[in-house]
Design a protein around this ligand. Structure first.
Ligand SMILES: [Zn+2]
Length: 486
């Protein structure tokens, strides 16, 4: 049995004007052929594929692993280049019996609103209708009918923060070997209830989403059900399939999948009023954080780097300075200031204009005198299971600068706050701060829980604002709760 594995993954925010290009994958993940084996022990789904297939008498054929940090729309030339690399690997590979694929599910390119559907269908066209193809997706996928028809089974991660990527990869690997052996006949159906779940409600540990996951898990224990997924959707990709969905995979010899997918869709729709976000203003959030004992992590929802926002919005930092609520700590993407501070050297005091510069960002640069406290090349590793499953990071030139109210980690590359090592590798102890700002919504919780006594999700403006009514959509489906339906 010979099984190919491949991934092209990007969460594309269509409101971010900066395109995602090949360099974005080169500073993220871009591995070919046997290079992919280095992911074997990772918490990524590709680690799950490799591990789940090992020891089963399977000849594993790693083809391509391409992943970039969430950002703007994928350039057409990069999309073409990545697909060419994948098909060139297939040209060299011996005949395959099945494929395991890992798209993100919310990728948009300049030439394809449904970029995931496109590359999955190209694989289907090449490999033929009878080859088992199973894909794992991120629950922030905007699932399309084409993605469903191009595959035999899609399995979504179940947790947010995404802590189960490896387990889902293993699950997919076990399922595909059963399918190749003919032990099960994969049958897949999806349901697309007219609802978009706003980002603030997409936490898997509590509330309606947690209930839905329990419901789906209960369904998965029914004989004949092989997998059941709740797909949250990604509010910041303006595409026809924007919104939530459900997927059920059954053994087609035993059970029909469509009624079960519909019943999960109905369960989602019934809980819609508990899936509408609850929003707290910036001034209230900073005041609460200042009053709370211990360390409070303010989650900057509008400038969520892991949702494709710029990562250099300064508004919360400004409010902290105005309210004298510091000392506070946070990370800002600002290559120019990082370079300037690095040139000045540790111990130097210099005038900086920090953040508030990237196209489309909200707020102005923070201006003032800062002392340079530490400098690094921005390379670090994370061994613990964290959102995204990534182990090796390269955030480029990184410096710590400080004034009376703020300690800022200035970084060069788009690295979301998925690992606390982003800060601690520079010698900063986050637990000494009363307020930490993390530019995310749920993903940073996995990384910051050990040093945070409280988390507060803040209704900040930006390309990932929690309130979907703030966005002008052209392509998305209509009507949707909570925008037109109530
Ligand atoms: Zn996600």
């Amino acid at each position: 049995m010979r099984i190919g594995i491949a991934s092209i993954a990007l969460e594309a925010n269509t409101f971010n004007p900066i395109p995602t290009v090949l360099e974005s994958f080169q500073s993220g993940m871009l591995l070919c052929g046997d290079e992919i084996w280095q992911l074997r022990d990772s918490h990524h789904e590709l680690g799950g594929f490799l591990s789940g297939l090992s020891g089963q008498g399977v000849d594993i054929v790693p083809l391509l692993a391409a992943g970039a940090a969430p950002g703007g729309i994928l350039s057409a030339s990069t999309f073409s280049e990545l697909r060419s690399r994948l098909h060139a690997q297939l040209d060299q590979s011996p005949p395959l019996d099945a494929m395991l694929l890992a798209p993100h599910g919310a990728m948009v390119s300049e030439d394809a609103l449904d970029a995931d559907g496109l590359w999955l269908q190209e694989i289907r066209d090449r490999m033929g209708a009878s080859m088992p193809i199973i894909a794992t997706i991120d629950p922030h996928a905007n699932l399309s009918p084409l993605m469903v028809s191009a595959t035999d089974a899609i399995i979504s991660y179940k947790t947010n923060p995404h802590m189960d990527q490896r387990q889902r990869g293993i699950e997919a690997a076990k399922l595909i070997t059963r399918a190749v052996k003919g032990e099960v006949k994969l049958s897949q159906a999806a349901c697309f209830p007219p609802i978009a779940i706003e980002i603030e409600r997409q936490f898997s540990s509590e509330g309606a989403y947690a209930e839905l996951l329990a419901h789906a898990q209960h369904m998965q224990e029914t004989p004949g059900v092989l997998s059941s997924s709740i797909v949250l959707g990604f509010p910041y990709a303006d595409v026809p399939e924007l919104g939530s969905s459900t997927i059920v995979v059954t053994d087609g010899n035993v059970l029909s999948a469509q009624p079960l997918a519909n019943s999960l869709g109905e369960a989602l729709w019934q809980r819609r009023h508990n899936l509408k976000s609850r929003l707290l203003s910036m001034t209230d959030a900073v005041q609460q954080a200042h009053e709370f004992p211990g360390t409070t992590c303010l989650l900057d929802m509008g400038d969520n780097v892991g949702g494709g926002s710029p990562g250099d919005c300064t508004i919360l930092f400004e409010i902290i300075q105005q309210q004298h609520a510091g000392p506070a700590l946070g990370v800002i993407i600002d290559p120019a200031s990082a370079e300037q501070a690095k040139s000045a050297g540790v111990g130097a005091i210099l005038n900086l204009q920090i953040g508030g510069k990237l196209p489309g960002t909200v707020g102005k640069p923070i201006e003032g005198k800062f002392e340079v406290m530490a400098v690094s090349d921005g390379r670090f590793t994370e061994e613990e299971p964290r959102h995204g499953g990534q182990q090796s990071f390269n955030q480029g030139t990184s410096v710590v600068v400080q004034n009376e109210e703020l300690t800022l980690v200035l970084i060069t590359n788009r690295v979301p706050p998925f690992s606390l090592r982003q800060i601690t590798h520079l010698g900063v102890d986050p637990s000494k701060y009363g307020i930490i700002i993390a530019k995310g919504v749920h993903a940073p919780v996995a990384a910051y829980a050990s040093i945070s006594d409280h988390f507060i999700r803040v209704n900040t403006p930006g390309m990932t604002a929690a309130d979907m009514s703030k966005f002008v959509y052209i392509h998305r489906r209509h009507p949707l709760f909570p925008l037109e339906l109530f």
